[in-house]
Write a protein that binds this ligand. Structure first.
Ligand SMILES: CC(C)(COP(=O)(O)OP(=O)(O)OC[C@H]1O[C@@H](n2cnc3c(N)ncnc32)[C@H](O)[C@@H]1OP(=O)(O)O)[C@@H](O)C(=O)NCCC(=O)NCCS
Length: 171
């Protein structure tokens, strides 16, 4: 398995993979592939990582991770991770972990921390956790997670890029 940046021509296969994997997540909205496309169109994919199986003929991606710039309260410089997806037939073989490890390695060089909305039972293994006062409007606080690289507790609303289409309070 090999992780690389998205390249020209990957977009349709990434869209299909995101749609297929998100069908397994009960709380998914079905809009995730469209969000990736909108982030790409806005030039807001700070990371667009593709996992592929080396030597496989069709070369279809087997995993994908997006990151985009985000703000917590008045603090710029956060990397919002998501979606993270792995082809259902490849689950539990370390692909999600490999994508996240590479994303965090890269974000450490450019961001004050990483943040996401997701299941703490999965993301906790990478060091993500909830913080008092860290929120996203309409989301239970226990799924709003951050990993500050400086160890300082973030506090405030986690503002996603507008491509996510979230109704977030004005800052
Ligand atoms: C979540 C996801 C990306 C994990 O990818 P993966 O390649 O299977 O993950 P890894 O192989 O690196 O890790 C698998 C481990 O995570 C655990 N895991 C996966 N999803 C979990 C969840 N929601 N809660 C708790 N543990 C979870 C597995 O049980 C497994 O545990 P083990 O190592 O103790 O056996 C993948 O299951 C997926 O695409 N799911 C559908 C989309 C989704 O939920 N995306 C995340 C929200 S954006």
């Amino acid at each position: 398995m090999h992780i690389r940046n998205e390249t020209t021509g990957d977009a349709p296969a990434i869209g299909r993979l995101v749609t297929e994997a998100m069908l397994l997540l009960p709380q998914a909205t079905g809009t995730e592939a469209g969000i990736v496309a909108a982030l790409r169109a806005a030039g807001a994919l700070s990371l667009s990582l593709v996992a592929e199986q080396e030597g496989e003929e069709d070369g279809a991606p087997i995993g994908y991770l997006a990151a985009s710039p985000a703000r917590i309260g008045a603090q710029d410089g956060w990397g919002l991770i998501g979606p993270l997806v792995v082809a259902p037939a490849r689950h539990r073989s370390g692909i999600g972990t490999a994508l996240m490890t590479e994303a965090l390695r890269r974000l450490r060089a450019s961001s004050r921390g990483a943040a996401l909305v997701g299941d703490p039972r999965y993301y906790g293994r990478f060091g993500f956790r909830a913080f008092p006062g860290l929120t996203v409007a309409g989301c239970p606080p226990e799924v709003v997670l951050a990993l500050p690289f400086d160890g300082l507790a973030p506090r405030g609303e986690l503002f996603h890029h507008p491509a996510f289409g979230l109704k977030q309070p004005r800052s």
